[in-house]
Write a protein that binds this ligand. Sequence first.
Ligand SMILES: [Zn+2]
Length: 71
Amino acid sequence: MTASPKRPFLGVHYTTCATYGRLYKNDEGNAYEGRCPRCGHFFRVRIAPGGASTRSCQASCPPSYHNRYLR
Ligand SMILES: [Zn+2]
């Protein structure tokens, strides 16, 4: 088993933090996972059975994380 350097990913627009990032497919292949590059909030997007049709999505970070980033 060799780990592929090119993981499938999902483009994410973090609306609360006004930035973009990526969620990478997890090892089980049933969800995209990642963190907001600004506030570090963890997101998981489930992949529907039969394959995901979306390649991008929007995410809203909780205010508490946002405030922590702003200090
Ligand atoms: Zn964020």
